[in-house]
Design a protein around this ligand. Structure first.
Ligand SMILES: Nc1nc2c(ncn2[C@@H]2O[C@H](COP(=O)(O)OP(=O)(O)O)[C@@H](O)[C@H]2O)c(=O)[nH]1
Ligand SMILES: [Mg+2]
Length: 281
């Protein structure tokens, strides 16, 4: 009984270390993984078209676009050294929101696509941001890693654009705090695609897609500098190691218990032998 307990203890110990090694390996995988840019937003606000423009898919062939609800699952596509991910529209269904939330958790940078001609953020968009502000460990970090992309479908005039920008900034600050810094850019993905197809430099320039691309690259470089992922990983590792330590301490206390039981057994056996010698048995 004693020997088998010891071997069980050793096996437990080995299992724990194996788990820890697996965990470290998954961490290394995470560090090596591509920079992930995820596009989120309400259905039909131009998410897929925006991603097509960013990956130079001028005929919308990479990310499905349509007036129908087209994207019901996420789709990821590598272009350059970035993994671009399209998500289902917010609040099309509850399941879609969960898919999107999972993608946002994995992503390094979010593009929050919003159709400018609808005015400020609607209730569904605010609800999604409120949920993030409620459940995120560090909601400010979400904002640092998010660009609000206002899709200018209808060529709104400058004053109307300024009004919407102000309204959205104030809506975001209501949710994330008055000090919250909001990265925002007005773009026209369709104009970019048209400009590229017809070689119209003015359309390309005014579409702001290149500025958005530069902003994304800037965020990416900042990310490598800060090495957020490795800091996140170190924090996770600390927690994991603490957990393992606790489990090992429990094993140790089990071993001590077995020790005490063994000593007890030995002294019982000793007493029996003594009694035997004294002719009591
Ligand atoms: N005029 C115009 N239409 C756009 C623009 N971006 C998207 N659309 C159209 O809006 C509709 C929805 O776009 P889509 O990218 O599928 O939106 P998603 O549901 O958010 O992915 C499609 O018919 C697009 O052609 C744009 O910049 N300008
Ligand atoms: Mg779509």
């Amino acid at each position: 009984m004693y020997i088998s307990s010891i071997s069980q203890y050793m096996n437990n110990r080995l299992d724990l270390f194996e788990e820890l090694i697996e965990y470290l390996q998954s961490g290394i995988y995470e560090l090596n993984k591509l920079y992930n840019v995820t596009c989120i937003g309400i259905y039909n606000h131009g998410k897929s078209t925006l991603l097509n423009a960013l990956v130079n898919s001028l005929d919308d062939s990479i990310f499905a676009t349509s007036d129908k609800r087209e994207t019901t699952e996420s789709k990821a596509y590598q272009y350059g050294d970035i993994l671009w991910t399209d998500t289902p529209g917010l609040n099309a269904t509850k399941g879609d929101d969960n898919v999107t939330m999972k993608e946002v958790r994995k992503s390094h940078l979010n593009l929050f696509a919003h159709n400018l001609s609808t005015g400020g953020l609607n209730q569904q968009e605010r609800k999604f941001l409120q949920e993030i502000a409620r459940i995120w460990d560090n909601p400010k970090q979400f904002l640092d890693n998010t660009i609000f992309v206002l899709n200018n479908f209808g060529g709104q005039d400058e004053n109307a654009i300024k009004d919407v920008e102000r309204e959205i900034t104030s809506q975001i600050q209501t949710i994330f705090g008055a000090e919250a810094k909001v990265d925002m850019l007005v773009v026209s993905a369709k104009n970019y695609q048209k400009g590229k197809q017809d070689n119209k430099q003015m359309l390309i320039k005014q579409s702001n897609i290149k500025q958005l691309y530069t902003m994304i690259q800037g965020k990416k470089e900042q990310f490598s500098k800060d090495d957020i992922m490795s800091r996140r990983l170190m924090k996770k590792l600390d927690i994991e190691i603490d957990k393992r330590k606790k489990e090992l301490e429990e094993c140790e206390s089990d071993i001590k218990k077995i020790d005490r039981e063994l000593i007890n057994e030995i002294s019982k056996a000793n007493n029996k032998i003594k009694s035997y010698r004294q002719g009591e048995i």
